[in-house]
Design a protein around this ligand. Structure first.
Ligand SMILES: Cc1cc2nc3c(=O)[nH]c(=O)nc-3n(C[C@H](O)[C@H](O)[C@H](O)COP(=O)(O)O)c2cc1C
Length: 348
């Protein structure tokens, strides 16, 4: 089927509208409620000396938090991306655009993506495209280069979303040959490639295949936050068994298991999927993530409360993170990742 400009724009707009409601969340948790920090009474940490900065893809970021890929490609997305970029620039944190597929089809909405770079000149910016677009092209290297150039992306995110495609009326189910194309891309392009899910999670074996094919980052985007099968089921008004809306691997499981691959591969582990408060944010790092991010929570806050309030919320998260590091005896993020969290059942 030839997907026209209107189809994609309408879909992008419907996604944002639905994500501003609360009907699209998983009922099940992201799994971090199964963990507790180990309170360390003998702490020797000077809380004011804790630094949260780190190097990522050749840039320095202020905090271990990123704004996950969301939108672009329809009129209303210009304002949203403009504000997300301003927020990212003020905090000096990474920000991603939503799928740049529109850029491949026509020039109408280029500005809605470019604004991410215009409002965030020196920041770390992620481009975004889906597996079907990679699989369906004979020229994956040229495709990625074009998308990187449009927004001067520091890294390119490729989303793997088989569950979402399955329930999307316009869904494309051809994922065959992706790893082969990924290998070609990573061997020819210097821009780092990050592989992410959209809320159903990436397990150990999948992550290993992506890393063996040259990916430099894995964003597990696990279950417990936005359910993309629920989004598409809502859009189609289709009636399917309820378990489909709950399908997926919890974020905590994905982070904990994929972190084990750090022994074998040098890569950036990103935690997302229902990271909606400072405690889960800190727990995701303690379980092994280099940084954690949110999508829907940030969208809702930017649209409903504006840049300042969203910024203040995130700054409070960073204060909470430092307090947790103080209380667990972690002088830096590396120490926080070293045995500072246990399964809640082990505390009894
Ligand atoms: C409105 C909206 C649009 C999204 N569009 C994209 C997209 O185009 N590409 C992508 O990789 N992920 C997209 N996502 C998925 C998010 O990046 C994220 O992986 C997912 O929503 C889980 O995170 P959350 O629970 O914090 O929302 C979108 C999320 C939202 C809320």
């Amino acid at each position: 089927m030839k997907i026209n400009k209107k189809n994609i724009s309408d879909r992008k707009s419907e996604h944002v509208k639905l994500c501003l409601t609360d009907t699209v969340s998983y009922k099940k948790s992201n799994g971090f409620d199964y963990y507790c920090f180990i309170h360390f009474a003998a702490t020797d940490i000077e809380i004011n000396k804790i630094s949260l900065t780190q190097k990522l893809f050749n840039k320095t970021i202020e905090y271990p938090f990123f704004i996950s890929c969301m939108t672009g490609g329809y009129n209303g997305s210009l304002k949203i991306n403009s504000e997300l970029a301003k927020l990212a620039s003020i905090l000096n944190i990474p920000v991603g655009v939503g799928s740049q597929r529109q850029v491949l089809e026509n020039d109408s909405f280029k500005d809605t993506y470019k604004i991410i770079r215009e409002n965030n000149k020196n920041g770390l910016v992620f481009g975004n495209i889906g597996v079907p677009q990679i699989v369906n092209t004979e020229k994956p290297i040229e495709l990625i280069k074009r998308l990187v150039d449009t927004i001067e992306a520091d890294a390119m995110v490729i989303h793997v979303n088989p569950l979402q495609e399955l329930f999307q009326a316009e869904g494309e189910l051809n994922f065959h040959g992706f790893l082969n194309k990924l290998n070609k891309i990573t061997s020819k392009i210097k821009t780092p490639i990050i592989i992410k899910e959209v809320g159903s999670g990436i397990n150990y074996n999948s992550a290993k295949l992506f890393l063996e094919s040259g990916a430099r980052g894995i964003d597990v985007a696990g279950a417990g936050g936005t359910s993309w099968s629920k989004v598409e089921i809502e859009r189609n008004k289709s009636s399917v068994p309820e378990f489909w809306g709950e399908w997926g691997l919890r974020t905590s499981y994905c982070v904990r298991t994929v972190a084990a691959l750090k022994k074998e591969f040098n890569f950036t582990l990103m935690a997302s999927g229902g990271i909606n408060n400072s405690l889960d944010f800190a727990k995701s790092i303690a379980l092994g993530a280099d940084l954690a991010g949110s999508a829907r929570l940030i969208l809702k806050n930017i649209v409903e409360k504006g840049i300042d309030e969203t910024k203040n919320m995130l700054l409070l998260w960073m204060e909470d993170l430092k307090k947790i590091m103080f209380l667990t005896g972690s002088k830096n993020l590396k120490e926080l990742r070293n045995g500072k969290i246990i399964k809640a059942e082990d505390l009894f």
